[in-house]
Unconditional design. Structure first.
Length: 484
């Protein structure tokens, strides 16, 4: 099974690819630079956080299932069997991933140390507008500080340079760059992460250029010529926004482009269905089905080609659908899938099997013979240290019921036991455990004590015979709600 971290990374990087594609295809050429800034920031934060949001919990779920079946199916698999059947490729993938993260993280740390060295070598000016550096690099800003070598610039150029960098400082553009840098470290294998950082840096330059020209203190052509002269200088620290020929060309082109019509703001509306699709896609198929359908309907939809057995005899899907018209006639249903179905019924049950017992025939010889071979019990010893009490609580949660242990008749090796004795059992003590609620328990002739439900446990000392040979890996438990 794929580790949760890899599932998370697939979701994050898939979202980044979509957001970057939308930006470069629809938004990059627009002059709504501030809107683009929030779009890019939102893309970074949303991609990292949306896989952690449980949207399914917000959807309505069925509340009253008084006349329907609740089916619980175990999906456990022996850890030893899993290790033997599939090589652990995921571990190697994670090793490669973390090696890349460490390499990019170390690179980012070195860039930070280089910037710190340059800061220590700089000196504050009398005006305190910037810190003076001696190196021949392009002007830049980081956090709340501007770094300039005034000896490299004409006196007429400095006001526009300082005004440009002050926009970066006042609007906290360093936060955008650092978020993009961190995102690239953890998503280093995704080209979209690199393109998104470039887009963030480029758009911040568009914002600063636009602010300088709107102030009207410098002519547009004079400002553009000064940028061309700056391009001949050495680049500043790699951690800040780079001043490259590519970005210079894009900046001049953007400054000379016409203002985008407000009509084109409608393009941002397209982000809403993208976000909705990602949120819905982050839910598992089971979550989506459970949120909108009762369990019996879910079983019907997910086992189209299953084998059907009604009252101990092989039947058809049509007969099952006809029986569902009168749910109260059903005493119990068990759903058997995967390795368990193949083990019991052969290749014909590759899609699973559904075993139904009606109230009218629950005690018939045919049903008793069938149940003797294919009893819906669970081997506890194959599933680790989980105790019967923990198993019971987890079963309640999975089945979506509110059953209380005190309401059940508890039988251990055929003898009635107390709740305290039940809770003292460990997983290693138990060979098998089965559970039935409602009318099915009464029909099994447990009397009035079993009116709410019966739990049968066979411990290691008594758990022998055909039953224990049948369930080596996965187990299945059918639960019929009281009143069915």
């Amino acid at each position: 099974m794929m580790p949760d971290l890899l599932v998370y990374l697939l979701k994050v990087n898939g979202a980044l690819l979509l957001f970057v594609a939308v930006y470069y295809a629809l938004l990059r050429r627009l002059t709504f630079h501030t809107l683009n800034r929030w779009y890019l920031l939102g893309a970074i934060l949303f991609s990292a956080l949306y896989p952690l949001v449980d949207v399914a919990a917000l959807w309505p779920r069925p509340v009253d299932l008084s006349s329907e079946l609740i089916v619980w199916q175990s999906s456990w698999q022996s850890p030893a069997a899993t290790a033997a059947n599939s090589p652990d490729y995921y571990s190697w993938v994670l090793i490669v991933y973390w090696a890349g993260v460490v390499a990019l993280g170390a690179r980012l740390l070195v860039q930070g140390l280089s910037l710190g060295r340059l800061h220590r070598a700089s000196t504050p000016t009398e005006s305190l507008l910037f810190r003076q550096i001696s190196e021949a690099v392009t002007p830049f800003s980081f956090w709340r500080t501007i770094y300039v070598n005034p000896q490299q610039h004409q006196a007429a150029e400095l006001p526009a340079i300082l005004q440009h960098e002050q926009v970066h400082v006042q609007q906290w553009h360093t936060i955008d760059v650092l978020l993009g840098q961190v995102q690239r470290v953890f998503c280093w294998f995704n080209p979209a992460a690199w393109l998104l950082l470039r887009a963030v840096q480029e758009n911040l330059e568009f914002i600063a250029d636009q602010a300088v020209l709107r102030a009207g203190q410098v002519d547009s052509k004079v400002y553009q010529y000064s940028l061309v002269r700056l391009s001949t200088l050495a680049l500043g620290p790699a951690l800040v926004t780079p001043f490259t020929f590519h970005t210079l060309k894009s900046r001049i082109k953007m400054m000379n482009s016409q203002k985008t019509s407000a009509v084109h703001m409608a393009r941002y509306v397209l982000v809403a269905p993208l976000v909705a699709a990602l949120l819905l896609g982050s839910c598992s198929k089971a979550d989506q089905e459970d949120a909108v359908q009762p369990a019996a309907k879910t079983t019907q939809n997910t086992m189209q080609n299953a084998l059907y057995f009604i009252d101990g005899e092989k039947s058809t899907r049509e007969a099952m659908e006809q029986l569902e018209q009168d749910v109260k006639a059903i005493a119990a249903v068990s759903v058997i899938k995967d390795e368990q179905a193949l083990k019991l019924f052969g290749e014909a049950a590759a899609a699973g099997a559904i075993v139904v017992t009606t109230k009218a025939n629950a005690n018939s010889p045919g049903v008793k013979a069938f149940n003797k071979l294919f009893n819906t019990s669970v081997r506890m010893s194959d599933h680790g240290p989980e105790s019967p009490a923990e198993f019971f609580e987890n079963s309640k949660k999975d089945a979506g019921t509110t059953m209380k242990l005190s309401e059940f008749l508890i039988l251990i090796n055929g003898k009635e036991a107390t709740e305290a004795e039940f809770r003292q059992l460990s997983g290693s003590d138990v060979k098998s455990m089965s559970m039935m609620t409602g009318s099915g328990a009464i029909e099994k002739q447990y009397g009035i004590r079993g009116r709410n439900g019966v739990i049968e446990i066979t411990t290691g000392a008594a758990g022998t015979g055909m039953l224990n040979q049948l369930y080596d890996h996965n187990g299945v438990m059918g639960i019929t709600k009281k009143g069915c």
